[in-house]
Design a protein around this ligand. Structure first.
Ligand code: LLP
Length: 456
């Protein structure tokens, strides 16, 4: 569920008309509802309450400073995958001691940095990584808190590019090797504290049965690792899917999720997993979760303006001012995002069209063969459920600036990020001395025309 709804003909985010925000901040524009974010957190915590889960928000889903601060204020921890994310969490006011540090390629610099800052645990993905952490911790005369990421070889039945828990994937350590690795680590790696165990089998899981299958394998292993090596926690990872297709009840103040009977939800997840987790919890194991998409996905939209409507051959194309550089999910995963107008005309006339961006790639689409309102130049659209893996995957491709982001809190709205200036897109670049010749570089303000006008 989320807090974007039509009031009369206008799309609202909480108590503010989205169009009002667009008039101030321009398009493309990410807009998030704080209320939805907080409700999603509560819903997860409530459903899983019997095992008192410690949430570690997956920063990669949306890493904007204001979002990290909001998460920190809820007292939840973070799942980070780089020094960049770890330091950003700290800068935003989060506690590094509540961070789990995941990722298959942690560098020496990143490990040193995490050892200095102090993290809750490294989620370790290979034996060479374990050896590296042990060696670096020894140099600092420290014991590094570690959980092994187990690859349970369970198919998450999601998109191939976001499946992580089978032996086709680069992630984790094979289930069969885990017990012997803990034994080896316990006796040989003196600067490792074997603190826990972790899994993450994939993202956007729309049924809970893969979670259940993974748990059937993991629960006995966790119990055994606790008994033999005294591990303290079990992280069940993230991955809970969201409905990208939602039905609108006309005139209603709420949207509801058009979930099929088996569609995954926190409540169904709890029903399936608590029978496995409760005995572990009762025996003293802390349960961690690493949700990203579930918290942020439906809490955000990408507002965009129609630039042109054109026909090529038989097809209609609606060309909008957002592009794959702003939201890459449809181009990368063929993922579905609902697209709706900010202003609903009273008599809905629709047509079938591809909604595409201006980037010079045929992959730059937001929706193919969509039946949408018959829009015209200047009309505004919302690409729904863009709160997770939207802004964090944005790039400057085609010389495009990173869009602005706004957080709404009831009647308040403020920037999480202002629109990047065109000059900032080449901020870190330089011209090699031998190519400069005698030509002085123009000062930035004279070097180009900013399409965003006076605000940049
Ligand atoms: N924990 C680990 C170790 C992960 O690798 C991930 C996501 C999460 C937690 C959070 O998963 P979530 O609850 O958000 O499903 N860019 C893709 C998704 C990539 C997910 C990568 N790992 C997308 O837009 O669908």
């Amino acid at each position: 569920m989320h807090d974007f709804y039509y009031k009369g003909t206008k799309l609202y985010c909480e108590s503010i008309a989205v169009e009002e925000l667009v008039q101030k901040a321009g398009t493309p524009l990410y807009i998030y509802s704080q209320k939805t974010i907080l409700e999603n957190i509560r819903r997860l915590q409530t459903a899983m309450a019997p095992v008192e889960p410690h949430l570690c928000y997956a920063v990669k889903a949306n890493a904007s400073l204001g979002i990290l601060r909001l998460m920190a204020q809820q007292g939840i921890g973070f799942d980070v995958v780089s020094s960049g994310e770890l330091n950003k969490v700290k800068y935003a006011g989060g506690q590094t001691q509540l961070c789990v540090f995941a990722g298959v390629g942690k560098t020496e610099i990143e490990i040193d940095n995490a050892l200095e800052l102090g993290v809750y645990a490294f989620n370790v993905e290979s034996i060479p990584e374990l050896e590296r952490i042990n060696r670096l911790a020894k140099k600092k005369n420290k014991k590094a808190p570690v959980a092994i990421r187990v690859n349970p070889n369970v198919d998450a039945k999601t998109h191939a590019k976001i499946t992580t828990g089978t032996y086709e994937n680069k992630f984790g350590i094979a289930f069969e090797e885990v017990e012997s690795l803990y034994q080896k680590a316990h006796f040989n790696y003196k600067n490792i504290h074997l603190k826990g165990v972790q899994i993450h089998i994939g993202s956007q899981l729309t049924t809970v049965s893969p979670f259940e299958k993974a748990m059937e394998k993991m629960a006995p292993l966790v119990a055994s690792l606790k008994e033999k090596y005294g591990i303290e926690f079990f992280s069940i990872g993230g991955g809970l899917g969201i409905a990208y297709e939602q039905a609108l009840e006309s005139g209603s103040a709420r949207w509801w999720q058009n979930e099929g009977k088996d569609f995954a939800s926190p409540e169904k997840l709890a029903d399936a997993l608590i029978p496995f987790l409760k005995p572990l919890f009762t025996s003293g194991i802390k349960i961690l979760m690493e949700p990203g998409r579930f918290i942020m996905g439906n809490a955000g939209i990408l507002a965009t303006r129609v630039e042109y409507v054109k026909q090529t051959g038989k097809k209609n194309f609606v060309i909008v001012d957002a592009a794959m550089n702003d939201l890459i999910r449809p181009a990368l995963y063929e993922s579905y995002h609902q697209i709706i107008p900010l202003e609903k005309t009273r008599v809905e006339k629709t047509f079938t069209a591809d909604i595409v961006g201006p980037v010079c790639e045929s992959a730059d689409t937001f929706g193919l063969n969509r039946e949408i309102s018959q829009v015209k130049e200047g009309d505004l659209l919302a690409i729904m459920s863009a709160g997770a893996y939207g802004i964090t995957m944005a790039s400057n491709y085609n010389g495009r600036a990173i869009p602005a982001e706004i957080l709404v809190n009831n009647t308040n709205a403020d920037y999480l990020r202002t629109r990047e200036s065109i000059q900032a897109t080449w901020h870190c670049e330089g011209i090699p001395e031998w190519l400069l010749g005698n030509k002085e570089m123009l000062p930035p303000e004279e070097s180009g025309v900013c399409p965003h006008g006076k605000d940049c």
